[in-house]
Design a binder for this molecule. Structure first.
Ligand code: FDP
Length: 326
């Protein structure tokens, strides 16, 4: 059925474009509505952040060794609250929490949601775009029993759905359930995400690279050679917001490549595999882009730990391949 952009919500779109997705059920759509509700609440707080007493740090350091901002905590609590009572959710994994939240062990709790509640949070106090990233897995169908980690530590290719919300000049949600990438804009006047673009494709090439060049001297030789080459051509632009979601969103729309490679100090880079790289890699591939750690396809990586990091090179197909050719 052809979508009517101005009345198509995420949940309706998901159910009407199920394609071959065996998970496209009313029950799954109820789970998605937990994510849309939570991110609408987060968006409304971000918009009023300067008026509410929610700016600044909590004084706590999270499992990643990073300072927890008050908005980080608020976003995390909101997602846990909105998702924690949905019957089909078994496990929640958050960047902010060292341990997973086991909601129910029974088979009925068949989905696992992994999220970065507020990505780019060091930008919060400067009014720069930030985001939420989510990944949805099914309890390991091949077994795993009561071993919670066995269910969580699945390669990204097993994702049932994934996406992100960017809280920018408007609030935009992009998701994939393996049938293309679809974008919705939050209409604040009615409090609903409405379809804005269906089947978004990443341009196959794009002369923008996005990287924190302050670490140039400590990047692997391959990345240094690519960046030096790109500069020498005189045809590239550099754009780096410092919020992964916002940098990725621009790359998806305009093309180019985002890089967060390993450095001498952190050979695995900074970004987290399960709830940052995997969901964005799923979106990128569904939009005809690519995502790699420099050696392996991101979606094929077997995670060893819940909060593990990975180098990430993601973006337009030709540009990612060009990086790999150096
Ligand atoms: P932040 O620490 O502000 O949450 O995921 C972490 C992240 O931001 C990404 O959003 C961003 O791309 C990256 O770190 C920025 O790190 P650098 O400051 O090292 O460039």
């Amino acid at each position: 059925m052809a979508a009517e952009p101005l009345t198509t919500t995420v949940e309706r779109h998901f159910l009407e474009h199920k394609g071959h997705n065996p998970h496209a059920t009313e029950e799954f759509s109820w789970l998605l509505s937990g994510i849309t509700l939570a991110t609408k609440i987060i968006a409304s707080y971000i918009q009023r952040a300067g008026l509410l007493e929610i700016m600044g740090a909590t004084g706590r350091i999270n499992v990643q060794g990073e300072e927890v901002q008050r908005l980080d905590k608020f976003a995390n609590d909101t997602l846990v609250r909105c998702l924690g009572y949905r019957g089909n959710i078994g496990i929640l994994v958050s960047e902010e929490d060292e341990e997973p939240h086991v909601i129910q062990e029974a088979e009925t709790g068949k989905y696992i949601i992994l999220f970065d509640p507020l990505d780019g949070s060091s930008n919060i106090n400067a009014n720069v775009s930030i985001g939420t990233i989510f990944s949805i897995l099914q309890r390991d169908p091949a077994g795993g029993g009561k071993d919670v980690m066995a269910h969580i530590l699945q390669p990204g290719r097993n994702q049932v759905a994934a996406g992100y919300v960017v809280y920018g000049s408007s609030t935009v949600l992009a998701y994939t359930a393996g049938e293309g990438v679809h974008m919705f804009t939050l209409d604040p006047s009615i409090g609903a995400y409405l379809l804005a673009r269906e089947d978004v494709r990443m341009p196959p090439a794009g002369r923008i690279y996005s990287v924190n060049e302050a670490y140039h001297s400590s990047f692997p030789g391959q990345i240094q050679r690519y960046l030096d080459w790109a500069k020498d051509t005189g045809t590239y632009s550099s754009r780096y917001i410092g919020s992964l979601v916002a940098d990725f969103h621009r790359t998806l729309i305009r093309g180019g490549v985002f890089l967060y490679p390993g450095t001498k100090k952190s050979p695995s880079g900074k970004l987290r595999l399960l709830y940052e790289a995997n969901p964005l890699a799923f979106v990128a591939e569904q939009a005809a882009g690519l995502a790699t750690d420099g050696e392996h396809r991101i979606l094929d990586k077997q995670p060893q730990t819940m909060h593990e990091r990975t180098p990430l090179i993601i973006g337009s197909k030709d540009e990612v391949q060009r990086v790999l050719s150096f």
